[in-house]
Each structure stands twice: as C-alpha cells, then as structure tokens.
Ligand binder design. Structure first.
Ligand code: GCO
Ligand code: MG
Length: 402
C-alpha cells in the first residue's frame, strides 16, 4: 500500500484552518489538522515543499517510521511549524489505519478507558459581574467545568475577554492589535473574581483560570496562594515555561493545581516539569505536539508521576484535532479534562464530525477513523484571510507576553 498523493487545504470559515488530506493507492484517504494560529502559511509551505514530496510512495501503514522520518530526517528538530506538519501527517495516517481496520481510532489505541470526556468551556466578561453571568450560562448549558477570565478595570482588552457569548477568537486583525496588561491590578482582580464565583455557585462546579504566561514566577506563586481558598481545578500557564525551573518557585509556595503545555511541541519541553512533578496537568495536544504518536509518549511519561492530561482545545485547533483528541482522551488512562471552545457554525459545517456534546462531556463517535471530514466545496467558499494574534504592551510601552 502506498501514499499516492497529499495536499493542503486552507480555508477560513470564521477563522483560518490548514488541513492536510492524504490519499492512498487503495482509495482510502485520511485528514489531518496543520493549523498554527496567526502563522498558518508557514506550515502550508513546510508541508507543500518539504513534506508532501517525501510522503508520496511511502507506506501509510508505517505510522511510526513516517514519524521518525519526518522528525529525525529533517535534521532540524522541534518547533511549532515542524511539529504541526508532522502532527497533520500523523493524524491523517491514524485516520487511514483506523478506516482500513473498520474501527473508530480509540480502538487502535487500546480501547476506551471511559465512556465520556469531561470538558471545560470559556466564560469571559468585561468585568467580574459579566464573567459571573457568563459562568452561569455555561452551567445552564450543562458544563461541569468552566474557565473564567475577567476584564480588569483600567486595562485595555485584558487576555481572554471575547466578543461573543460562546466564541472567543483572539486572532482578529490583518495586523496585530495591541492589548494591555497590568500584573498588580490582575493580582487584585483575579482572586476577587473567584471569591465572587464561589459565593454564587458554591464548590460543585470546577473552576479554571488561565494566566497566559503573564506573571513572573514569584507573582504566579502569589496568585496561586491567593486562589487556594477557591480550590481551582487548575491555574494554567501562570508563568512562561521556556525555563521549566521557574515552576519550582511557584510549586514551593502554592498547592493550587498547575497546568502547562499548550505551546509545547515535544516531550522534551515537558520533561523537567513532569519529572520534577512541578505541574499537575500537561496541556500538550495532538496538533501542537507531533500527533497522536508523540502525545502518547508524553502522556505515558506523565502517568509515571500521577500527572493527568488536559489537552488544549481552543478554536484555532480545527474539528479534526478535536476529533483526534477525543479518541485520545477516551483511551488515555491518566485523563484529566479536555478544553472545548465551541467552533462557529460555519466551521462545524466545513468539518462534518461525529463527536457530540452531552451534559458537560464530549463523546467521540463510532465512525471508522477519527470521525472528521472536510467538505472541500464548502471550504472553498471561505478563502484564507491573514489574521494575527494580538500583542501586549504595558502602560509604559514595554512589550509583554500576550
Ligand atoms: C487556551 C489558550 C488559547 C490561546 C490560543 C492562541 O487556553 O485556550 O490560551 O486561548 O490563546 O490558542 O492561538
Ligand atoms: Mg491557555
């Protein structure tokens, strides 16, 4: 059996997505997601010029060997572009293998460890009262876990404050928009938000918060400590993780559970954090971290230390990634939670899928493969539009982590 062809499909049903379609000489095809938010065409060029020509003629059943070929064979390792290109190939090849086996993908991984996958939604508001009402809406929709982000008085467009009730699309402009940040103000406002939420909703709902890499290790420790009475499910990306040792400071000072990994590409990014038990949840995902083949290794390493998964699931990951993630989550023994930002209706139409939301959980379908396809005719109606993620500047003009 041979790969007979492959091509990238770029579309923008509300936001940009890059999809890889791999064809075989036996007529079975597979689909992978290669979207890198705000840098999409970098991955398209990498795939078109440097991956697809090598794939043609390869045996699509040799998923591991293809992975090693694209990783080791490139000589230049890691990085968001390379690893997303590899992830797209990997997703498509698992899709093909599962279709050939006539089984849903989770069966090939070892079968289901659970019936359904708990997800968390994003509640945002311009201030604490608005965020609190947004949390109420998610609880009404059945969610058991909600991430809460609030605007901060005096700060322009603080991270996480969306435009619609259910959708949050930060990549919003043909040139990066400029947002603001003020750590001192956030250190006051964020604990007040969770005090308000616990007073209103009690402790039965899981609450999460994303620091989006904004705090120094010491500030992150302060935030974690201040949030302890409100028993968060997790505090995410409390400080930048390029330097994993930074988490030693945070960990020494707080018992608030810590989650990291949406910008990780490989097991090497997570190694110190996992082995030193500096985090509780690893957020690497199928798309960001080299596909199912590699994410499985990260999850297995994490399981040695009782660290659970919490796959990134923002809308810049297409329904193809969500489909793969749900098969992965249904199998992985050390599952924690899955992020679920709803895709727009247009995105859901372009990517027909068989997973469904029920009572705060997602359930993957039984279709052979990963269960997600792309309607290319419809996709063609939504051409690519350049869209950047914002940048952040402090009040004095200093560029900060968005
Ligand atoms: C999250 C993330 C996202 C990112 C986005 C960037 O926790 O969901 O932080 O909202 O900002 O994926 O493209
Ligand atoms: Mg995040």
């Amino acid at each position: 059996m041979k790969i007979s062809g492959a091509r990238t499909i770029v579309c923008s049903p509300g936001r940009n997505f890059v999809t890889l379609r791999i064809e075989t000489d036996e007529g079975v095809h597979g689909i992978g997601d290669a979207t890198l938010n705000g840098r999409e065409l970098g991955v398209v060029a990498y795939l078109d010029e440097h991956v697809i020509p090598c794939l043609v003629g390869m045996d699509p059943r040799r998923i591991e060997d293809v992975w090693q070929y694209l990783y080791r064979g490139a000589y230049w390792r890691r990085g968001p572009v390379t690893m997303r290109a590899i992830a797209a190939v990997d997703m498509a090849l698992w899709d093909i293998k599962a279709k050939m086996a006539g089984m849903p993908l989770y069966q090939l991984l070892g079968g289901k460890s659970r019936e359904r996958v708990m997800v968390y939604g994003h509640a945002n508001g311009a201030d604490i009262a608005e965020t609190s009402d947004a949390v109420a809406r998610y609880i009404d929709l059945g969610y058991k876990a909600v991430r809460a982000q609030t605007g901060i008085p005096g700060v322009k467009d603080a991270y996480g404050v969306g435009r619609g009730a259910l959708y949050y699309e930060p990549a919003d402009a043909a040139l990066p928009s400029v947002t603001g940040w003020d750590t001192a103000k956030a250190l006051g406002e964020v604990p007040r938000l969770f005090e308000t939420l616990r007073a209103r909703f009690g402790f039965d709902v899981h609450l999460l918060h994303d620091g989006h890499h904004r705090y120094t290790p010491n500030e992150a420790a302060q935030l974690g400590k201040a949030l302890e009475p409100f028993r968060l499910f997790w505090l995410e990306d409390c400080t930048a993780a390029e330097n994993p040792e930074a988490f030693r400071t945070v960990r020494r000072h707080t018992t608030t559970p810590l989650a990291v990994g949406e910008v990780f590409n490989t097991i090497w990014d997570a190694q110190t954090l996992i082995q030193e038990q500096l985090i509780d949840y690893i957020r690497a995902t199928v798309l960001g971290a080299g596909g199912i083949t590699h994410l499985r290794r990260i999850a297995d390493l994490a399981s040695l230390y009782q660290i659970r998964t919490g796959c990134h699931g923002a809308t810049d990951l297409s329904p193809v990634t969500m489909g793969c993630a749900l098969h992965f989550d249904s199998w992985v023994p050390n599952f924690g939670i899955q992020e679920y930002m709803r895709h727009s209706e247009a995105s859901d139409e372009v990517f027909p899928h068989d997973y469904r939301f029920e009572d705060g959980h997602l359930i993957c379908g039984e279709t052979p493969g990963h269960g997600v396809e792309i309607d290319e005719k419809l996709a063609a109606r939504y051409p690519y539009r350049r869209a950047f993620l914002p940048v952040t500047r402090l009040a004095d003009g200093t560029l900060w982590n968005w």
